[in-house]
Design a protein. Sequence first.
Length: 185
Amino acid sequence: MGDSDLLKGINLYLVGMMGAGKTTIGKILAAQLGYGFVDTDAVIEQLTQKSINQIFAEEGETTFRQIETKVLSEVCAYTRLAISTGGGIVLRRENWSYLHYGLIVWLDVPVEQLYSRLAEDNTRPLLQDPDPIGKLRSLLDERRSLYAEADLHITPHPQDTPNAIAAQVLEAIPSVLKAGVGSRE
Ligand SMILES: Nc1ncnc2c1ncn2[C@@H]1O[C@H](COP(=O)(O)OP(=O)(O)O)[C@@H](O)[C@H]1O
Ligand SMILES: O=C(O)C1=C[C@@H](OP(=O)(O)O)[C@@H](O)[C@H](O)C1
Ligand SMILES: [Mg+2]
């Protein structure tokens, strides 16, 4: 069953750290809203025909960030999408001008949990570091105040399933819509 009128067609953007569950929960939210689903990393991989690891290794993070901004600038022109972003989308000020066309949701998950989810995962180039937990901590320190610019701040409990977290997001949406989100005023 789709809750298609909840957001009145406005896009929903998930932001937050690597491993927060943006890709996983974005898919569930899209289905529940009756929206399309877009993952900016997946679009970047399709467009370049390279994995995120390959782009970082062969072209560097700056080029990745340029492509990410281009993809976001194009995706934001559509409506009725749930969009899972990459964890670093908040870094470029220009990206906020696109994100703010929609409702921005921060999935705020503790570093220990991010680490336990990603410890065996080698698809996050920024975590290919001798001290991945320290790296997660320092990235979160740099980004916390940026994530906090989101319209909605969700702090799931460690044992919450993706479905339960999606339900928390849907439940919280009406309260923030009253604040005029999506109107760019
Ligand atoms: N609520 C959750 N509980 C347990 N595992 C989760 C949860 N959300 C995501 N995961 C797992 O954590 C990993 C990272 O999730 P992902 O959706 O790719 O995060 P992100 O896109 O934010 O980096 C995946 O293996 C996913 O299955
Ligand atoms: O936090 C980051 O800077 C990044 C997060 C990744 O996406 P996820 O947040 O979906 O893991 C991906 O965009 C890239 O590896 C960089
Ligand atoms: Mg992701």
